[in-house]
Ligand binder design. Structure first.
Ligand code: G6Q
Length: 543
């Protein structure tokens, strides 16, 4: 229970004043007034270098933002999460994704029971299984080795591993084709299966509950596709494995419990890629690379829990996000990786962030009167430069952005990487410093064209730079954002680890489905629009 509403705290009020003070200050001024700025406003941890000097803050703002984090109890909250307290109060669960990548020989207890032996046992089981599949020792029902792995899952049981599989493709075994199927739209499964030999195909069905409509529908159709070709129920045991917390439902599906990989209710879907939910990823990149990724996650976990607030990378990203979101009126935050392998990174963060902090009720059950989670979006550079960057440079909205780049390319061909990095750097420079009317005119531009070529600058960015996109770096980068989201949730005083909005969607579709299917005209009790749309779709489909 917080004694004072967030916006009435001293720390908050100081920041409101500070936003007014800095209203007319530009990044040009800030850099000119403080020659040490670029040197000081940066930080290195876990293989990541963060330059946050191109933000619309001065040193005082930063101190005030950190004071806000401190006054909201960020350190204590992090400790409670790491030690296994039931901080997910609306679901009465602990939140222990950090235990999944704990590399030290320590006990982490939930209700007095150490979870680490089970965590290690499942990782070992995954390792044995993935070695067997990758080496060809695991054979399909007809004796052929596995050439295709299809992950069936959605949301948290899809986005993290799918993102990491794309990111770590250079570390994957290329003769194993890996695909992720999530959408209940049959197109997704059908297209994934085109040209595949069922006798060489392994399905990994990933669902915490093992009841999710999309995943169960895809899994049933995949099962039918397999049995249609192989004609023997016994084939299911060689071609399907499950990742779940629901043993009974897995057995009822016909999957051999010996081929089930468990995780626990203290692993939230969108924070689950280090658990058995990452099995398909491990099949692709192997046990060793998976383990290297966990090392990276763990390194960032330790950094987060140990580093003082002012040298804490997730905390810095979090408070900067709060600054734009709550004091400068930004609605969205862009994540722009300059690496094609991170094509799915923004999608993963979108779920991680928006499902966690997209809440309008605070931890005391009151409606908030401050902004909570921003809209997260992004695409890899340089593609975005030829599309939506126009609005970031010259639009009317303030958009903060993280630029993520790597010094070394996975594919050093020609001068591609130099060009990529030149763009990476040029964009944040232009966004920060813009181009004045004088500069435009000095380039020879005249008359009515001048204002169109002026860039106001002052568009804030973080630059996150690493040497190379290795498994360790991907782990550290992903954990960086996990903890950033956590810190923001603590500051906004929301419960970051439930997702009642998702649950609503699951229930609503269940009501409409039979209304689409019945032969007789159903009695529709929705609003006028929904009733009419249901009738139109029924008519179009001959019902
Ligand atoms: C994640 C959400 C949600 C969930 C999916 C799949 O944090 O809870 O995205 O992961 O709805 O749920 P199952 O794993 O139970 O199928």
């Amino acid at each position: 229970m917080h004694t004072k509403p967030l916006i009435d705290t001293v720390a908050w009020r100081n920041l409101v004043r500070q936003a007014a003070n800095l209203k007319n200050v530009t990044l040009r001024d800030l850099f000119a007034d403080d020659p040490a700025r670029a040197n000081d406003m940066c930080l290195e941890a876990c293989g990541l270098f963060l330059d946050y000097s191109k933000n619309l803050i001065d040193r005082q703002t930063l101190m005030q933002l950190l004071a806000l984090a401190e006054s909201q109890g960020v350190c204590g909250a992090a400790e409670r999460m790491f030690r296994g307290d039931r901080i997910n109060e609306t679901e009465n669960r602990a939140v222990l994704h950090t235990a999944l990548r704990e590399r030290r020989d320590v006990a982490i207890c939930v209700d007095g029971e150490d979870v680490m032996p089970a965590v290690r046992a499942v990782l070992d089981q995954m390792g044995v299984f993935s070695d067997a599949v990758r080496s060809g020792a695991w054979l399909g029902h007809t004796g052929k080795r596995v050439r295709n792995v299809i992950n069936i899952g959605i949301g948290g049981s899809d986005l993290g591993p799918a993102m990491a599989y794309e990111a770590l493709k250079p570390y994957s075994q290329r003769d194993l084709q890996v695909k992720f199927v999530s959408n209940v739209d049959g197109t997704h499964l059908v297209e994934a299966l085109v040209g595949l030999d069922p006798a060489e195909t392994l399905f990994v069905v990933v669902s915490k509950t093992f009841t999710t409509q999309e995943t169960m529908t895809n899994a049933q159709s995949a099962r039918a596709w397999l049995l249609d070709a192989l004609g023997d129920e016994a084939a299911v045991a060689r071609h399907f494995v499950a990742v779940s917390t629901n043993t009974e439902a897995v057995a009822a599906f016909g999957i051999d419990p010996a081929n089930m990989f468990v995780f626990w209710d203290w692993v939230g879907g969108r924070y689950s890629m280090c658990s058995a939910v990452g099995l398909t990823l491990m099949l692709a990149i192997g046990n060793e690379n998976f383990s290297r990724m966990l090392d990276g996650f763990h390194a960032m976990d330790r950094h987060f829990i140990e580093a003082p607030l002012e040298e804490n990378m997730p905390v810095l990203l979090a408070v900067l996000g709060v600054w734009y979101n709550n004091f400068l009126g930004a609605q969205t935050h862009a994540v722009l990786p300059y690496d094609q392998y991170l094509a799915r990174f923004a999608a993963h963060l979108q779920q991680m962030d928006m499902e966690s902090n997209g809440k309008y009720v605070d931890q005391d059950g009151h409606c908030v009167n401050w902004q909570t989670g921003p809209v997260i979006w992004g695409e890899p550079g340089t593609n975005g430069q030829h599309a939506f960057y126009q609005l970031i440079h010259q639009g009317t909205k303030l958009i903060s952005a993280d630029f993520i780049g790597f010094c070394q390319s996975q594919h050093p061909i020609g001068d591609h990487h130099d060009k990529l990095l030149a763009n990476f750097l040029a964009q944040t420079e232009a966004l920060a410093f813009g181009k004045t009317r004088d500069e435009v005119e000095r380039e020879g531009v005249k008359g009515t064209l001048v204002p169109h070529k002026v860039f106001t600058g002052n568009r804030p960015t973080n630059t996150i730079l690493a040497d190379k996109l290795t498994p360790e770096v991907l782990g550290a980068l992903t954990a960086l954002y996990e903890h950033k989201v956590f810190v923001q949730g603590v500051i906004w005083h929301v419960f970051s680890f439930d997702q009642w909005g998702v649950e609503l969607g699951k229930a609503l579709a269940g009501k409409i489905l039979p209304e689409l299917l019945t032969v007789d005209e159903p009695a529709l009790e929705h609003d006028g629009s929904t009733n009419a749309l249901i009738r139109r779709i029924r008519a179009a489909r001959g019902r």
